[in-house]
Design a protein around this ligand. Structure first.
Ligand code: MGD
Ligand code: MGD
Ligand code: MO
Length: 798
């Protein structure tokens, strides 16, 4: 238990290599006392005891701030614990509230080319950004700049573009509603819909599939639905690490007699057993068994599983008509049932299903029986489903399953895409999307009197393609770490370096500040837990959780530096500098009092009427969900059954499928420590988890060092070097390694059909034994290849 959070900021700029990995048996339960102790340990290493206490008491309370971690909803105000947070939420919070600072002297000491070689963890550990900084063309150093000049540089570049479509504006789901609304308004007033976001890398496949089938891009489940479900399926998610508070909801489902089925290639600790740190029995007892059935599925096997399950249900209906399919619901509220049923009867092949899933027919029949015993079923899912080539048809098939049983829109039923970033759903609601519906654009026009561009903009992958071709000159990031979150790291880095200017509104230093355009700007901003004072008084932000509840978030700590501006202030000032009085938007009023922004949101975004008044109520308010009001807002007004072509993943002989996932101790692109406690990995992240049988077949043994090469039709060799092989319980042919170290292996053009989301959970790789005399792995040698922008010859055509 005594894995101290990693050391001081003086520690090595590179991460411990694979030879430092120490492997222990994976845990079979999650949370509980060690988890809380870990969080406090990390907090104290990052911040002062006083800040820790103050912060943690504010976290997720109605008068405090929203956890900057995941988007899992908070219980009703009366039902919240005093400590309404999880171990990881506490870590994310205190990572923001760190007392370490990065000052201009830091940048004077460290050239950009050196920082570009430092590990993600080291960059993050250096502390909070304190001053606006600029890296000028030809220079290898960031130097301090005042806000007026920084925003002037950016405004000048934006004004000098041949077309506004030469700029892209990226948003990460940490940003609150108000800055997100201002950013999309500015981009559209400038004349572009180039508004890629982290959702393009995340739940885009869910949005696409749900829009097509149910007419809404979001889930329709509340915490109460989960508690009251007879059966909850959790697919492709690791809640013990990524949505720890979800375990409390699942515990409640079980307490009320519900059943849980987990579908995952890995026996994740949180899916197995849970000890609730909020309850005395969680501290001393055995905890609650979570999954009643665990289906250890092959990567990408979920479409096959649901097609087989749906066929079994159709057959059960034939055997006992009127007992399985919710006929009344299907006839009144849906379309396409007969075609769908016919399609499955004709196409499902059991040998293919068993090969694709790695499951037995008996396991799938057991699942069918659980479904038949359930009146109310909820399906939850995350990245295991969305980051596959056939993610969209997979999620459509999950919807077929629920529609068949009439398990949508009723209490205790529904679709639950479990969102990642705390406000990723809200950012979308605010218009951060490269293809917002025309109704939204029309509402903007009516409110502000300018015509937003109608053509769709670029999503994240298309933005990189455009950068690669030299079509993008200016990149602005509102939070996030574009260079590290995106696939094909080397290709992306080269693409980003072609930009004339890259600018980031950030709290912490990350790789995107160091792999940058000819000119680069760091625009430091307030964190969630900090006081936000403007000329109109103290401000708060609002966020929307994974279950469409909108509420206020208010920080109380002193800002990390007196030079910080809020995200809203940065964006509104930039808009004024760039657009002058070209559009009738009261940017200054927006900056002074965010209530003015919310007034406009109230008039533009459905469900936000009387926003300012309703959001001050403890717990905020829920957005209307047409599906729960009995309406499917599809073109025909009915939910759609779909016919999905069978697809599975396979790897040629001698190859494996690789998924890239999160450890317990990281927040997306930022590893906090080198440990992944529940999976028994300690000391190094350069590990690859492989089925023991595969290891034997490949002639490898526990502890061997390998390079991982990805195999893709474009013939380009992508390599991630220096990984320790770890035998692990994962289906044959299916390996796992950490993101973002392995993003270099995900080809830019390998994306999900229909959503363009990188296939981060299904890439074909080859393991190559690493010669003992191979020297440091390529990641550590990045300097050789990543010449600083200053001494690189300019690409053609610039
Ligand atoms: N502590 C912490 N919390 C986080 C984050 C974080 O980085 N750290 N990130 C946040 C964000 S942005 C997001 S999107 C969420 C992500 O939450 P998750 O989706 O839980 O994140 P991943 O680590 O990507 O894990 C994917 C899970 O899917 C499984 N899986 C992989 N491929 C398949 C498949 O083909 N089928 C099935 N059925 N399962 C599969 C993996 O074994 C793993 O358990 O977490 C959010 N919360
Ligand atoms: N291979 C692979 N790639 C993946 C994934 C995967 O599973 N596998 N997952 C994908 C997913 S689901 C996602 S969501 C993306 C995540 O992609 P991003 O959202 O782009 O990345 P983050 O790591 O969350 O961004 C962290 C940075 O955000 C900044 N930040 C933090 N808080 C704030 C704040 O309050 N305000 C501002 N302005 N800045 C702040 C800090 O500077 C910090 O360094 O990655 C994707 N990439
Ligand atoms: Mo995400």
């Amino acid at each position: 238990m005594s894995e101290a959070p990693t050391g001081s900021r003086e520690s090595s700029t590179t991460d411990p290599g694979p030879e430092h990995a120490r492997i222990t048996p994976p845990k079979t339960w999650a949370a509980g006392v060690p988890a809380v102790a870990q969080a406090i340990g990390y907090s104290l290493a990052e911040t002062s005891p006083r800040n820790t206490a103050r912060n943690l008491l504010d976290l997720n309370q109605t008068k405090g701030f929203d956890c900057p971690g995941c988007a899992w909803p908070d219980p009703e105000p009366g039902e919240r614990a005093v400590n309404e947070y999880c171990e990881n939420g506490a870590k994310h919070t205190n990572d923001d509230a760190t007392t370490r600072r990065i000052t201009p002297e830091f940048f004077a000491r460290h050239p950009v080319s050196e920082l570009a070689r430092a590990s993600d963890r080291w960059l993050n550990q250096q502390g909070r950004l304190t001053h606006p900084m600029v890296k000028r063309p030809g220079s290898d150093h960031y130097e301090p700049v005042d806000w007026h000049e920084a925003l002037g540089i950016l405004a000048r570049e934006l004004r000098s573009l041949d077309s506004p479509d030469e700029a892209v504006f990226y948003t990460s789901g940490r940003a609150g509603n108000e800055p997100a609304f201002v950013l999309q308004l500015f981009a559209r007033a400038l004349g572009t819909n180039n508004l890629p976001d982290c959702s393009n890398l995340c739940h885009e496949s869910s949005g696409t599939a749900l829009h097509e089938t149910l007419g809404i891009g979001k889930g329709d489940v509340s915490l109460a639905d989960l508690h009251h479900a007879d059966l909850v399926l959790t697919l492709g998610q690791n809640p013990g690490s990524n949505h720890p508070r979800m375990l409390s909801a699942l515990e409640e489902t079980k307490r009320r007699g519900g059943t849980i089925v987990a579908v995952n290639p890995l026996p994740e600790a949180g899916l197995m057993r849970f000890k609730n740190p909020q309850k005395p029995r969680g501290v001393v007892g055995r905890g609650t068994n979570i999954a009643d059935q665990f289906l250890q599925i092959r990567l990408g096997g979920d479409l096959a599983l649901f097609q087989a399950l749906n066929l079994l249900l159709l057959e059960a209906e034939e055997a006992a008509p009127g007992t399985v399919v919710d006929r009344a619901f299907v006839e009144a509220r849906t379309e396409g049932f007969e075609k769908f049923a016919d399609h499955l009867r004709r196409t499902v092949s059991w040998p293919e299903v068993l090969a694709a899933t790695g499951l037995t027919r008996a396991q799938i029949e057991e699942l069918r029986d659980r479904v038949l015993a359930s009146e109310r079923t909820v399906v939850c899912w995350a990245m295991g489903l969305t980051q596959q080539k056939h993610a969209v048809p997979t999620i459509r098939e999950v919807v077929n399953f629920l529609l068949l049983r009439g398990s949508v829109g009723r209490p205790g039923t529904g679709v639950c895409p479990v969102r990642g970033h705390s406000n990723v759903q809200g950012d979308r609601t605010m218009g951060i999307w490269e293809k917002m519906p025309q109704s939204f654009l029309d509402a903007l026009e009516e409110e502000f009197g300018f015509k937003p561009p109608a053509d769709h903009g670029l999503d994240t992958v298309d933005s990189i393609r455009a950068m690669k071709e030299g079509r993008i000159k200016v990149f602005l990031g509102l939070a996030g770490n574009f260079v590290r979150a995106t696939p094909d790291s080397e290709v992306t880095a080269e693409a980003v370096r072609r930009c004339r200017l890259t600018a980031h509104i950030s709290t912490k230093l990350n790789r995107s500040h160091t792999v940058c355009g000819e000119t680069a700007l760091i625009l430091p901003t307030l964190g969630r837990s900090e006081r936000d004072c403007q000329s109109g008084g103290e401000q708060f932000l609002t966020v929307e959780d994974s279950m469409s509840q909108v509420h206020a978030s208010r920080g109380h700590l002193e800002p990390a530096s007196k030079h910080l501006l809020s995200e809203v202030a940065i964006l509104t000032r930039l808009a004024r500098r760039t657009l002058g009085d070209q559009v009738a938007v009261p940017w200054e009023e927006f900056e002074a009092d965010y209530g003015h922004i919310r007034e406009r949101i109230a008039r533009i975004v459905p469900g936000f009427h009387n926003f300012n008044a309703r959001v001050t109520k403890p717990g905020g308010f829920g957005l209307p969900n047409p599906v729960n009001d009995g309406v499917f807002p599809t073109p025909s007004g009915k939910a759609q059954f779909t016919c999905n072509a069978f697809t599975a993943l396979s790897a040629p002989a001698g190859h494996l499928l690789l998924q890239t996932l999160r450890s317990h101790d990281q927040w997306n692109t930022v590893p906090y420590t080198m440990n992944d406690r529940y999976r028994g990995i300690h000391g190094s992240r350069r590990v690859i988890l492989v089925n023991p049988h595969d290891l034997r077949e490949l002639g490898l043994s526990d502890g061997d060092l390998v390079d991982v090469a990805s195999v893709w039709r474009d013939g380009i060799e992508r390599r991630a070097e220096g990984f320790r092989v770890v035998p692990y319980s994962t289906p044959p042919g299916c390996a796992a390694a950490y993101y973002p170290e392995t993003n270099v292996l995900v080809p830019l053009d390998s994306t999900a059909e229909g959503s363009n989301t990188p296939t981060s959970k299904g890439i074909v790789v080859r393991l190559e034994p690493r010669p003992a005399d191979a020297g440091p792995p390529r990641e550590a040698r990045a300097s050789d290849r990543e010449a600083p922008a200053s001494d690189r010859s300019r690409p053609e055509g610039r």
